[in-house]
Write a protein that binds this ligand. Structure first.
Ligand SMILES: [Zn+2]
Length: 137
């Protein structure tokens, strides 16, 4: 009897599960043909847009933002929609996985990513002031 939920199977297919669970599901799929068929059916249904709101909600719950997105979130560099989604994911869904990543980032790589962004802004700024200079001569 299977203990894997449809949502977990889909999350597995999307590579959104933590390693431990993902390995476990992979093992099950390798041994159980019925599970493989279930996953195939699920994916087909999803591709046809047959998932109900509840399914999408449950699926969304499992959808963790990319690490890079979390980094941008920290420095407020995402568009409002993404920013809201991640806020929702962290606060309403309360995803402890992403919270842990965020905490780790706050202490280390955020600074680096922010630095890269600043560099981009500076390049942009340089480009526009070069334009201004050209106009004024
Ligand atoms: Zn998450």
């Amino acid at each position: 009897m299977s203990t894997i939920s449809d949502e977990e199977l889909l999350a597995y297919a999307d590579e959104q599960l933590q390693t431990e669970l993902s390995t476990q599901i992979e093992k099950t799929l390798r041994h159980e043909q019925t599970e493989r068929e279930r996953l195939r059916n699920l994916l087909e249904h999803r591709d046809q847009g047959n998932l109900g709101v509840g399914d999408i909600w449950r699926h969304e719950r499992l959808s963790c933002p990319q690490r890079s997105e979390l980094g941008l979130f920290l420095i407020n560099a995402l568009d409002v929609q993404q920013q809201n989604y991640i806020t929702f994911h962290l606060q309403q869904v309360g995803c402890s996985y992403c919270q842990a990543i965020l905490e780790e980032m706050q202490s280390t790589s955020t600074l680096e990513e922010a630095g890269q962004l600043t560099k981009k802004r500076r390049q942009h700024l340089f480009a526009s002031s070069a334009g201004l200079l050209r106009k004024s001569d």
